[in-house]
Design a protein around this ligand. Structure first.
Ligand SMILES: N[C@@H](CCC(=O)N[C@@H](CS)C(=O)NCC(=O)O)C(=O)O
Length: 198
C-alpha cells in the first residue's frame, strides 16, 4: 500500500499513527499537495493523505483511510456499536475525531493564508480561523480522554502536534492544564514519536 503524505500534514499523521500502532507497512510518498495538481488523478479534491491499494484504487480522506487501516489491521481505534465501550463509545470517538479534524482544517487553512504575500493576505480569514482553533482547544480542555486511545485521541494528538510544529508562538497550553498534561503523555507514544514532524 502506498500513502501520499507529507511529514507536516496532521491528517496524514493520523493515518501513519494508526498504521504504526498496527504494524502495517506503508510505502510513503512525500508530496507537497498544495502545488501538486497531478494528485487529482487519485483525489479530485487534491488533498493528502491518499492511500493507494494494491489493486490501484485510491482511498481518501484521512478518516476513511484510518478506518480502513484499522479494519485490515484488526485495530480497536474505531469502537463498534454496542461492542465495546458501551453504546456511546463509537459516537464519542467519531465526534472527537470531527472536533480535532476541524481544528486541523482551520489551522492548516490559516497557515496557507499566512504563506500568501502580505498584500494578498486576508486578515479577516486569519482571525476567523484562529477563533475556531481557540474554541476547539477550549472544548478539548474539557474532554475526558480515554486511557486506551480511539481515533478521537489520535486525531486530537495530531492536531496538538501540528500546533506545536506550526504555531509554537500560540502557547496553546496556557490556561489549558488538563489538555497539556494529557498531550505530554500521549505525545510519548512510540507511534507519535515515530511520526513527529521534523
Ligand atoms: N478532510 C481531509 C483534509 C486533508 C487536507 O486538508 N490536507 C492538506 C494537507 S494537511 C492538503 O492536502 N492540502 C492541499 C490543498 O488543499 O490543496 C482529510 O481528512 O484528509
Amino acid at each position: 500500500m502506498k500513502l501520499y503524505t507529507n511529514q507536516a500534514s496532521p491528517f496524514a499523521r493520523k493515518c501513519r499513527v494508526v498504521a504504526h500502532e498496527l504494524s502495517l507497512k506503508l510505502d510513503e510518498i512525500e508530496v507537497l499537495a498544495r502545488d501538486d495538481e497531478a494528485l487529482r488523478r487519485f483525489n479530485p479534491l487534491k488533498k493528502i493523505p491518499i492511500l493507494i491499494l494494491d489493486d490501484g484504487s485510491a482511498l481518501f480522506d484521512s478518516a476513511v483511510i484510518a478506518e480502513y487501516l484499522n479494519h485490515i489491521g484488526g485495530g480497536k481505534f474505531f469502537p463498534g456499536m454496542n461492542i465495546w465501550r458501551g453504546t456511546n463509545g463509537r459516537w464519542k470517538a467519531l465526534g472527537l475525531q470531527a472536533l480535532a479534524d476541524g481544528l486541523m482544517e482551520a489551522a492548516v487553512a490559516c497557515r496557507y493564508e499566512l504563506l500568501n504575500a502580505e498584500a494578498q493576505r486576508n486578515e479577516d480569514f486569519i482571525a476567523r480561523y484562529m477563533t475556531t482553533v481557540t474554541a476547539a482547544l477550549d472544548t478539548l480542555e474539557r474532554v475526558k480522554f480515554t486511557e486506551v486511545p480511539t481515533i478521537g485521541e489520535i486525531a486530537s494528538g495530531c492536531a496538538l502536534g501540528y500546533l506545536d510544529f506550526r504555531y509554537d508562538h500560540l502557547g496553546w497550553r496556557n490556561g489549558r492544564p488538563r489538555l497539556a498534561a494529557w498531550f505530554e503523555t500521549f505525545s510519548q507514544f512510540p507511534s507519535m514519536l515515530a511520526t513527529k514532524p521534523a
